[in-house]
Ligand binder design. Structure first.
Ligand code: RAM
Length: 391
């Protein structure tokens, strides 16, 4: 039934020429419903280094009419909410920002979207400094480094700005709460089990990551390693190398080629980044390589590479709905700014029509507070065509 809802909304979005951002999902089904607002903003997101600032003119009307998924009790009017993605030019980041922007605007707030030119802490620091000068009410950042943003984020909080992270965290004292796309251990488990399955339980694999400082990729890779070390089941798997494509398509392509050359017995590449996996998929498929691929990928970018036969490089992969991650971060930002939550464990807030609403702040194994969107979702030959049209 949920798929039908998505398909219906998708047609509407396509008719409007707004394909890119359709979709608003639940955790368990990758996507369950849609909002016209989501589609509109995704279409307006250019992907280049940019600042998008929009006062939500017709937002409250949309909320009243129930035409947007953001309907609910939260009110963002009179406030400015910023999102800082990891970098420009990454379709995953564009979808994340569109979910955030659409929700803020539908709730009557003003949204600033910042896509730094590179996936570095330095690029984010200069953007955040400028947001502090602009006296925004909140900053939601997908961090390029766990520690390097601490000083600037502390400065923002000292200035009264509510600071939260999404997608990729910083150390807990430098933010109020983290919107986590999925539990770290769950992602690590899904990935190492995929490697186990696709290798046949033994042999060499490599990881093609994003940047070496990315908190999210590093935590997933650490989880994979510790699961593999703690269970004899995985003892015949050999991790050759963790390579870094820096979430740049060309560098990810080069790194894939280097892995193939360095490790003739390589069986599987696992790429826990949407940029890395799509670059690797193309290299492997173009070369008709016997090396197989899995990881975290955007269905719209991976459609042509997913399949069970030898002509496809990736049997299956995982992700969550990046639009919904942005949407959840928007509701979290609004709840922080209104004072409804402080980001402490046990805090609860409504997130409109999101399926797991109300959301509750929990504490992870490191003692840091987070809000989990839901579990990772598997994409394979049976569902890739459908989801490729959603995000
Ligand atoms: C890339 C980014 C992002 C990550 C996804 C899976 O787009 O590195 O942070 O969450 O991959």
């Amino acid at each position: 039934m949920k798929r039908k809802v998505v398909s219906t909304m998708l047609c509407a979005a396509m008719a409007a020429g707004l394909l890119a951002g359709c979709g608003s999902s639940s955790s368990s089904s990758a996507a369950s419903s849609s909002s016209a607002a989501s589609s509109a903003s995704a279409a307006s997101s250019s992907g280049s280094a940019e600042t998008t600032e929009t006062a939500a003119s017709s937002a409250s009307e949309a909320v009243k009419s129930g035409s947007t998924a953001a309907a609910g009790t939260a009110d963002a009017s009179g406030h400015t909410y910023a999102i800082v993605t990891k970098s420009a030019g990454n379709p995953y980041n564009e979808r994340e920002a569109s979910g955030f922007q659409d929700t803020i605007e539908a709730l009557g707030g003003t949204c600033i979207v910042q896509n730094p030119e590179q996936a570095t802490a330095d690029a984010q620091i200069s953007v955040i400094n400028s947001l502090i000068s602009q006296k925004v009410d909140s900053i939601a950042v997908a961090a390029n480094d766990a520690n390097a943003l601490s000083a600037v984020l502390q400065q923002a909080m000292d200035a009264g700005i509510k600071v939260m992270t999404l997608d990729s965290d910083v150390e807990a004292s430098s933010r109020m709460v983290f919107c986590n796309q999925a539990g770290v251990k769950e992602v690590g488990q899904a990935l190492i089990d995929a490697v186990y399955d696709i290798t046949g339980g033994e042999g060499e694999y490599a990881i093609l990551s994003a940047t070496s400082q990315a908190t999210n990729q590093n935590s997933w890779i650490d989880a994979m390693k510790s699961i593999a070390e703690s269970d004899d089941k995985y003892s015949k798997l050999v991790l050759d190398e963790v390579a870094y494509g820096d979430d740049e398509p060309q560098k990810s392509t080069d790194q894939t080629q280097a892995l193939l050359q360095k490790y003739p017995n390589l069986k599987v590449i696992c790429s826990p980044t949407t940029v890395g996996i799509s670059a690797a998929a193309k290299v492997l498929q173009d070369q008709n390589s016997s090396v197989k691929l899995t990881g975290l990928g955007l269905p719209s970018e991976m459609k042509e590479y997913i399949g069970d036969d030898d002509s496809h490089s990736c049997p299956y992969m995982f992700l969550w709905n990046p639009i919904d991650l942005g949407k959840l971060a928007a509701y979290t930002s609004v709840a922080l700014v209104s004072g409804q939550i402080t980001g402490a464990e046990g805090d609860t807030f409504d997130a409109g029509d999101m399926e797991n609403s109300p959301y509750t702040v929990t504490t992870n194994t490191d003692g840091a507070t987070e809000i989990i969107l839901g579990p990772p979702y598997k994409f394979d030959s049976s569902n890739i065509d459908e989801w490729a049209e959603v995000y």
